[in-house]
Design a protein around this ligand. Sequence first.
Ligand SMILES: [Zn+2]
Length: 322
Amino acid sequence: MSKWWMRALDSFSEFVDHVNTSLGRESREEWNKRKLQEHYDKLQSLDYLLMSEVLSEVMDFWESGLYHDLVVTYGSRDEILSSRVFKVEELSNNELMVLAKENLLPKSVRTMALKITDVNVFKTMHAFLETIYINYHGPEMTWEDNIHIYFGGCAERLLMGLDKFDEYSRTPRPTKDFFKKLAITQITRKETNEVENNMFLLLLDIESEIFGMGFGDSYNDFSPTMSGFIQLLAGCSAAHNNREFTAPEDIIMAYKTFFKLVKTDITVYRAPQSIVESMPEFTGYLVCDKCGVSHGLGPEDSADDFEDVCDCGGLLVYKESI
Ligand SMILES: [Zn+2]
């Protein structure tokens, strides 16, 4: 079996060796290729179950173009998603959000230094769910799609089931007990850091191969956000195994889950109709008394912020429903 990327990695090495011996120095691109090979070799040399499977997934992620597409979608999702955002009261109907807020620590110097699964780490998940959802759905997103992303149950499935997230017949319910365990998980063990760090750097090297060295600033937070999401999934794996200190196996499980997730059409996870109906996109309208044109207002919009005269010269009147 000789995949193109194995051959590519071989030729990278040969190429870098050639340059190094003939010139005695290397360009930034060659340096990146050498680092990519080093991080790959390092991970392959570690004797963990599922490591080679996950490394193969990393290369498929690159080869399939999915890595490229996700980075691009991630960078443009703010323009694609509905401008209507959830009200605090609306999110308080979301059990998962409430559990996270009540049990996880807020971001601090300490949680960052010890890589504790804090609220900030938790938040990275929805950035990824949005990205993956859009990648399958296409850019024609409606407000209802936002509701499916946040209330469709995909997040609960991931946290509770990890790589078996798609095997539940109905949305699992996370418990307070689980969140209490999750809240103390941290990545401080040397061997865990070694796996986490090398995987992060390998993916960063690949990103540089895809987009060129020092590509646009707009996508710069893709890698740190992905790293946070991996940390969250690894923390869940540790919590399910009653571990406070996240183990290398938890990082590997997190990546296994991640690579399955990005290949799954998560638009199938739909919020219950009652939830959709409880959060209408528009909570009021401005209607022209002359031509009848209407403009929807979200819960955060105030009628006072808008012109009260229509383009036709008529008067725009506020109505709760039309
Ligand atoms: Zn009008």
